[in-house]
Design a binder for this molecule. Sequence first.
Ligand SMILES: C[S@@+](CC[C@H](N)C(=O)[O-])C[C@H]1O[C@@H](n2cnc3c(N)ncnc32)[C@H](O)[C@@H]1O
Length: 415
Amino acid sequence: MEADKAYLEAIQHGRYSEKVSDLRCKYDHVRIQFEDFITAYYLRPHLEKLVENKVNGSGDGLRFYDLGCGTGDGYELLSKMAGTTKLSEFDNRLIQQDMMSQYKGIDLNVDLLKEARNLFGDYEHVEFCKGNFSNGLPIEEGEYPYDLYFTSYGTLSHCNDEELEKLFVDVAKHGNSGSILLCDFIGRYSYEWQDLWTDNHEEQPYIDYLINYLYAEQDREKVEVSSFPLRLMSPPEVNKVLENASRKAGVELKVERYFDRSLFVGRHIETGTYNGNPQPLRLMVSSLFERGLRTYFPDLKVSFRPRKGFDWQNEALQTLADSWNALVDYTMVLMEHYDSDEELLPYPPQTKVKPLEKAYRVMRQTLEGSKGLYGDIRADLIEAQLGYALRSLEMNLQHGQGLAHGLVAIVRVVK
Ligand SMILES: C[S@@+](CC[C@H](N)C(=O)[O-])C[C@H]1O[C@@H](n2cnc3c(N)ncnc32)[C@H](O)[C@@H]1O
């Protein structure tokens, strides 16, 4: 299988499952602070409801099924997900140890499964098995339903529509009423692959995907990397498959929400493989979160070039780019005034964009409150806050339309 070969190359390169926090690797700061956070943020209310139902009902723990689990990152994300807790409380996990009765991860790739077992195999109620989801949901006779059928980071884009429909039918039949299916796809209109945009979806169902982003820019041309097809998805395309599956299963699959993840910080924003306007935005945002390292702000600004004939996509991305750039500019102005020891830091420009208004306020408050604090306050405090503020712009100025690297649908089984 083409994808298996490409993942193997990434593992051999040594960066795929590396756990060190670095600026360019699988677990860079954008992955942790933007992508994992955003997935957890939107999934949390649904998990809270599942936990509540269990506590008030059977009292049994939750059962999770991670399809395409790779090295088991899904287990980490779910078991570490924060609940609503007070600052003074130490343990902020939403799912406490005794609330997880089963986590099962399946993957086709035995090398990734081996790594998953090394990392999490000793944990109670955790199992990793070889399994294939392209012929429907791999389950054994009598296997109990799961509360969450989980996928992550574009995993369901490995399926064609026929395979996807079969998988959805099986989940609809196997799940309980109230079970959640998290469907993670590659977004159709990400700026990373602007050259592939088309409104005739059948003309370009797939992207010929390359995991070349793990290599430094100077090595990217030299190494030969295998490609594999990933299904580009927009909400109407996902809805169509879900509706067909619902009809076949005789069970409603209700979309609770769509969200976009990584609008300007997807892995391919800097490669230029599918867009002639590459820019080092992912690296710069990662640098904002790196302790002790100052970021070069001019490279943090988005250069968005609209593509003719794609009005709603251009408008939405331009709005985010304008707010993003305005916030970076304002933060630079604040730092200059801070240095000049002026009594009062400048107030932000007027804006009608509510998320930007709040982000401006937070940055001003951060600089005001940071006077006299220990350490390199730019590298460790101001830049980290700017990272969170940019994340909040990305989250609040998107509508789950397939405009990002990842398009995620949260679907509920209704019986
Ligand atoms: C994008 S990776 C995501 C890995 C992991 N969930 C993560 O978050 O890092 C997709 C994973 O799906 C696996 N995969 C692809 N097609 C599959 C299939 N038909 N059945 C099972 N696993 C598959 C790949 O081996 C890979 O580990």
